[in-house]
Design a protein around this ligand. Structure first.
Ligand code: NAP
Length: 328
């Protein structure tokens, strides 16, 4: 591999974690490439409002993403709009391959690939996706103006997205499998105060039903009694957590039972030079500010690692017997 193709750091994913890592990597003078297959921002782009990123009392997810990207781009950051298809760990350096045919040698890789919405796994869900089943209120809420929808889940996402939908829909039913919400107290209080929202406790969706027009109802099951009942409804928004986008994590990196990458406090995985940050890694809470913090930590740790690697490689080169560097 020629020197031109050898990078200090490749960051995969341009969400809050990846962009924060890029800022710190550029400030650490690492030869860095940021690879993203879609637009910068990731899942944050889908948030209507963010109210807990310090310094911003209210900001839309799209604006916050734009500001992160602008900040990273204020440095001469090399960006590649391409899909990474493989990360191959190596002894001398790691290799990153892209769908566009790039083969990049690199000392350190920061994986910032985030997660995707978890599905309910019930009949009708896949078939009716886009026909009344959605995983994004900001994207699809518009189509349910004046209609009746259910939101499935009891976490921060379900409450936030339900509150957003309440601005558009006639009625929003929050269907939760237990008798207490998991969401933060401030969101619980807002749900309680929103007259267009009603929580359907101790219930799960058993099946999503449709007519020729799309979703027209769900079958709910009472989790205490097992009793089934039909509920006529126009749309189903699913927010039951998410699964890590771990497809690129190389074999040999330790994952937990749910597929999140196990790291140490520097976001280092079990393979030297491979880092995992943000929603991809096992952690107690998932917040934009934590992903940004992970990006900082991983980039600082990677800078230290890369410096050590380069010093070791140059010492090994100096120790080679005379004549061994000759090329013919
Ligand atoms: P989450 O916190 O994991 O909550 C998922 C919810 O879905 C839980 O209430 C869970 O019920 C329920 N659930 C899971 N599987 C289900 C199934 N098969 N059928 C029915 N219900 C099911 O996920 P999230 O709300 O997407 O949040 C993910 C992370 O992002 C969290 O750390 C959250 O704090 C964070 N987040 C933060 C904000 C914010 O700070 N503003 C906004 C969005 C997300 P149980 O409660 O019974 O387990």
């Amino acid at each position: 591999m020629s020197q031109a193709e050898l990078y200090d750091l490749v960051i995969v994913g341009a969400g809050p974690g990846g962009l924060s890592a890029a800022i710190y990597a550029m400030r650490g003078a690492l030869k860095t490439m940021l690879i993203e297959k879609a637009a910068p921002g990731g899942q944050v782009n889908l948030s209507d409002e963010v109210e807990n990123y310090p310094g911003f009392v209210h900001v839309s997810g799209a604006e916050l993403s734009m500001r992160f990207a602008e900040h990273a781009r204020s440095y001469p950051l090399e960006e590649l709009n391409d899909e990474v298809v493989a990360i191959e760990p190596g002894l001398e350096h790691h290799t990153v391959r892209t769908a566009g045919g790039r083969v990049i040698g690199v000392h350190a890789v920061i994986l910032a690939t985030g997660g995707s919405p978890r599905k309910l796994g019930v009949p009708g869900e896949d078939e009716l996706y886009g026909k009344g089943v959605s995983y994004c209120a900001v994207c699809d809420g518009f189509f349910f103006r004046g209609k009746r929808v259910i939101v499935v889940g009891g976490g921060d996402s379900a409450c936030e997205e339900g509150l957003y939908l309440a601005k558009l829909a006639e009625q929003v039913y929050l269907v939760h499998r237990r008798d207490a919400l998991r969401a933060s107290m401030i969101l619980q209080q807002r749900v309680e105060a929103e007259c267009k929202m009603e929580v359907v406790w101790n219930s799960v969706v058993n099946e999503i039903k449709a007519d020729g027009e799309g979703v027209n109802g769900v079958e709910l099951k009472d989790t205490r009694t097992g009793e089934l009942r039909d509920m006529p409804i126009d749309g189903v928004f699913v927010f039951v957590g998410f699964v890590p986008n771990n497809e690129l994590v190389p074999a040999g990196v330790r994952l937990n039972a749910e597929g999140f990458v196990i790291t140490d406090d520097q976001c280092r995985t079990s393979i030297p030079g491979i880092y995992a940050i943000g929603d991809l890694r096992e952690k107690y809470a998932r917040q934009i500010v934590l992903s940004a913090g992970d990006g900082c930590m991983a980039a600082l740790s990677a800078a230290h690692y890369v410096e050590g690697r380069k010093a070791k490689l140059s010492a090994e080169t100096c120790e080679l017997p005379a004549g061994s560097m000759d090329t013919h």
